[in-house]
Design a protein around this ligand. Structure first.
Ligand SMILES: N[C@@H](CCC(=O)N[C@@H](CS)C(=O)NCC(=O)O)C(=O)O
Length: 206
């Protein structure tokens, strides 16, 4: 059976758990990181020297980096279109997955920390505003892409949607001023119809 090491409220753990649910894989999740600790213990660092979550165990195979794990699960246990058979669509999936890590995740995390984990009196309003503007500009890029297809790279969901889908939940749930992005909102609406998304991603923001 697969084991995912990492707390359920981590967006990166959620990607992996949502992927397992969509692929109907049997998986055990272990609370590690955040208030649960354990991620700086030698036993954990041997598996994931970054001391971060998630880490996947598939028998004696160990893998970290959430998007690598999603690619591995979709490629090993999934079928087209979760792991697109077409090489070009698969490359586009990879492009958007990399874009999340390099562009979208850092300012979204800054917003999350400011609004969820920082008391109001300690918030840096200027930094929060800058991160909000950055995320709005990035989501406009995604919105333009979603004008062409129902999901990120096609008309059926794929691994790119799994890497990206947790961000609109945070964007539309946190108290923020948001520009209207109708394709993004429609896509988020489609994700919310998926039980695997609701069960693994739409969790309390803590
Ligand atoms: N790029 C890594 C980032 C992993 C990461 O930053 N994980 C955070 C949670 S989202 C973490 O482990 N924080 C420390 C903790 O939970 O104690 C991935 O996608 O897996």
């Amino acid at each position: 059976m697969l084991r995912v090491l990492g707390r359920a409220n981590s967006i990166n753990v959620q990607k992996v758990m949502w992927c397992c649910a969509e692929l109907e894989l049997e998986v055990e999740r272990v609370d590690i990181g955040g208030p649960f600790g354990g991620n700086r213990e030698p036993e954990y660092l041997e598996k994931n020297p970054n001391g971060l979550v998630p880490t996947l165990e598939d028998g004696d195979f160990v893998l970290w980096e959430s998007h690598s794990i999603v690619r591995y699960l979709a490629g090993t246990y999934g079928a087209d279109p979760w792991f697109p058979a077409d090489g070009r669509r698969r490359a586009l999936d990879s492009q958007w997955m990399d874009w999340v890590l390099s562009a979208l995740h850092p300012p979204m995390t800054a917003i999350y920390w400011a609004l969820v984990r920082t008391p109001p009196e300690d918030r840096d309003a200027e930094a929060l505003g800058a991160a909000r503007d950055k995320v709005a500009a990035l989501l406009a890029i995604l919105d333009a892409r979603l004008a062409a297809t129902a999901y990120v790279t096609g008309d059926q969901p794929s691994m790119a949607d799994i890497a990206l889908g947790g961000y609109p939940y945070r964007w539309y749930t946190l108290p923020l001023e948001r520009p209207a992005l109708k394709n993004l909102e429609a896509w988020y609406g489609r994700l919310k119809e998926r039980p695997a998304y609701r069960d693994n991603v739409m969790l309390p923001l803590t």
